[in-house]
Design a protein around this ligand. Structure first.
Ligand code: ADP
Ligand code: MG
Length: 288
């Protein structure tokens, strides 16, 4: 039988945007010492808007840069794809078809478009493949930038901006007041990660993180004696969510993430993570 205080708290949690799938996860929530947050869609709104389209090659204009990119993004479900497709719609550009689409985990997407190999990739991908970023490259520290390669040649880039959720700062602050550390883990670039982590007053950040590195980071924290909660939304996050002491899936994310996690944040709101911990503490304090 479920003790009455737990049943009450569980119902109360549902009203507050928390879906408790696993009672052990709820019970464990009061022991959390560190929370690993993903960025997009949890600490930020998760809606990317194209802020800049830049061509790096003569004879190719901005519309052509985003036209080629859009062919790939039509096959992707990443929030970056949604942002790019929105812009293409506004520009009334006809999206060409893409074949042999491939998602490069944590780094971008590639496909064949009009007989050319087209890739839309992260700054990390460029570094890895020793493709130099031009000197006049400009983007704000808060902007996510993806580069367009045509037949492996750097052709242009698209900058996108997302907004930090208004509730995030308060959530991180409350965690801190409860002696809980917050760490940002994101696949996005280092500048954006540094900026978000600084604005929110988080304890540390890791950028351009690949799925297996998320898992390693959780294990590493656990081996240092931390009791770790992690928020995640993607298919890629499932292994790390499973190994965390408390796995928290973000409501808007994939079904696999939600199945793996013990808790679901229905409204993807970081404030609800705070509520989870406070509810957990209050509930089990009453029982002792
Ligand atoms: P996150 O969930 O933190 O955004 P991902 O692993 O999904 O991390 O993505 C990491 C990076 O890979 C993105 O910041 C972007 O540079 C690149 N990327 C991933 N998917 C796409 C896509 N569909 N289009 C363009 N770039 C992408
Ligand atoms: Mg993701």
């Amino acid at each position: 039988a479920v003790p009455l205080v737990v049943a009450k708290s569980t119902a109360l949690s549902a009203k507050n945007g928390l879906l408790i799938k696993n009672r052990t996860a709820f019970e464990n929530s009061r022991k959390i010492t560190t929370i690993v947050f993903d960025k997009t869609g949890t600490l930020t709104v998760g809606k990317f808007e194209v802020s800049k389209i830049v061509s790096l090659q003569k004879g190719i204009d901005e519309n052509e840069i985003i036209r080629l990119a859009s062919a790939l993004e039509l096959k992707s479900e990443h929030p970056i794809a949604t942002g790019i497709l929105q812009k293409v719609k506004e520009l009334s550009i006809k999206i060409p078809s893409a074949e042999k689409f491939n998602a490069i985990t944590g780094k971008g997407v590639e496909a064949i478009v009009e007989n050319k190999k087209v890739s839309v990739v992260s700054p990390g991908y460029l570094k890895e493949n020793k493709i130099a970023v031009p000197n006049d490259f400009k983007a704000d520290d808060t902007e996510t930038v993806v580069f367009l390669l045509v037949d492996d040649e750097l052709t242009g880039y698209i900058a996108l901006s997302d907004q930090i959720r208004p509730e995030s700062a308060e959530a991180i602050k409350t965690l801190k007041q409860n002696n809980i550390k917050s760490i940002l883990l994101t696949g996005d670039n280092g500048k954006v990660a540094a900026s978000v982590s600084k604005v929110l007053g988080m304890d540390s950040f890791m950028a351009e993180v690949l799925p297996h590195q998320k898992l390693e980071k959780i294990k590493d924290l656990q081996s240092k004696g931390e009791f770790v909660a992690m928020t995640g939304d993607g298919v890629n996050d499932a292994p790390a969510l499973a190994i965390a002491d408390v796995g928290i899936a973000v409501g808007s994310g994939s079904d696999i993430a939600a199945e793996t996690a013990g808790i679901v944040l229905v409204n993807s709101n970081p404030k609800d993570v705070v509520n989870l911990i406070l509810f957990g503490k209050a509930t089990y304090r009453k029982m002792i």
